[in-house]
Design a binder for this molecule. Structure first.
Ligand code: AMP
Length: 114
């Protein structure tokens, strides 16, 4: 596998502001927040993005979304509302080729999706 910054973060080789971790997922604060609260949920298994979903067991894919909801609760934004986004491929401006979900909230988000 080529160098992957999120794999390094999961292993603790690069520091992160960890929010939550379990057997298959890891959540931490985005270094360049796009909302008052901006977390990233990554699957621990390296898959390049949602297009690579076949390489991820069903339970691990589902676990990403469960962790996203859990992180929203931990950040105190579950009731006020939040957005979960994954960018896939170049047109979506995916910049890190390791499946991850953005969890954004803590303020009124734009009605536009991008
Ligand atoms: P995407 O553009 O959808 O691939 O999202 C990648 C996200 O990773 C961006 O929002 C970056 O700000 C974030 N990011 C990149 N490096 C780090 C890092 N070392 N710690 C936390 N977030 C990072």
């Amino acid at each position: 596998m080529e160098y992957c910054i999120f794999c390094k973060i999961i292993k603790g080789e690069i520091p992160s502001q960890k929010i939550y971790e379990d057997e298959t997922t890891y959540a931490f604060r985005d270094i360049n927040p796009q909302a008052k609260h901006h977390a990233l949920v990554v699957c621990k298994r390296h898959v390049t993005g949602l297009a690579d979903h076949a390489a991820l067991p069903e339970q691990e894919l589902a676990a990403c979304l469960r962790t996203a909801a859990k992180v929203a609760e931990m950040l105190g934004i579950a009731e006020s509302g939040y957005r979960v986004v994954t960018n896939c491929g170049s047109d979506a401006c995916q910049s890190v080729a390791h499946l991850h979900f953005h969890v954004l909230g803590g303020e009124k988000l734009s009605a536009q999706m991008a």
